[in-house]
Design a protein around this ligand. Structure first.
Ligand code: ATP
Length: 230
């Protein structure tokens, strides 16, 4: 796909409430340069997911503005916007079909070679190769015949193939074995390279490696900086 966004992002005085009179986000201000990794950290209910929902336009800001590449996100077509933003959630949607189908999801025109290339970049190729049916292995709906780590590797491969300009990652909280963990980290690093990435971060390592950390509490940014600065 053609790159639509360079990936500069700016939030200016963004306020939001789901219900009138109950402010959830208050005067959110920050700027991100194309390619930076931003860790969103904060206690449960602080507003991290809400920031992402506004960015994807599942809701619109109550006041203030969000810009991508200097242009208000309300001036883009919602579908164009969402097409160029990739999301990797803690538990990825896998459907019943083969591993090949599941990685290809959303990019039906991709060749088998492109799918395998993406799987290699994602560090998923190793485990797939050792399955008796390899890329033709059928997946049960929900991916219940795979481990959580393997499901994540497929999600990363899918996101690499989708080649979005901006990424949103909801880092897994559950523990996976050390080796898979390393593969997931390697895959994520390849995925994030050169793309603006927002990570709802749970691991110290991720936070340490971020270009910027936004610390959110009660709907406000209480600190912004690198790990060394904070
Ligand atoms: P977590 O780490 O638990 O995912 P979070 O930081 O992502 O939390 P949000 O999900 O953004 O927090 O929630 C922020 C606040 O908004 C919370 O008080 C929550 O109850 C409220 N909230 C979230 N979604 C809705 C909704 N659809 N309608 C009304 N209130 C909501």
């Amino acid at each position: 796909p053609i790159k639509a966004f360079n990936g500069d992002v700016a939030f200016s005085d963004v306020c939001f409430s789901y219900e009138i009179g109950k402010p959830i986000l208050q005067n959110i201000n920050f700027q991100v340069h194309a390619g930076e990794k931003i860790a969103l950290v904060g206690p449960t209910g602080s507003g991290k997911t809400t920031i992402i929902r506004l960015f994807m336009r599942f809701y619109d800001v109550t006041s203030g503005e969000i810009k991508i590449d200097g242009r208000n996100i309300q001036d883009y077509k919602v579908n164009d916007l969402r097409k160029r933003i990739g999301i990797v959630l803690q538990d990825t949607f896998l459907f019943s079909g083969t591993i090949m189908d599941n990685i290809r999801y959303g990019r039906l025109e991709a060749s088998n070679e492109e799918v395998i290339e993406a799987a290699k970049m994602a560090s998923a190729h190793q485990f797939i190769k050792y399955l008796p049916k390899g890329y033709d292995t059928p997946i049960q709906s929900g991916g219940t015949n795979l481990s959580q780590g393997q499901r994540q590797l497929l999600a990363i491969a899918r996101a690499i193939l989708a080649d979005s300009d901006i990424l949103i990652l909801d880092e897994a909280t559950s523990s996976i074995d050390t080796r898979t963990e390393l593969e997931v980290q390697q895959g994520l690093n390849n995925l994030m390279k050169g793309r603006t990435s927002f990570i709802i971060a749970h691991r110290l390592k991720t936070i340490e490696n971020a270009d910027k950390i936004l610390v959110i509490q009660h709907g406000k940014i209480i600190e912004i900086g690198t790990h060394e600065e904070l």
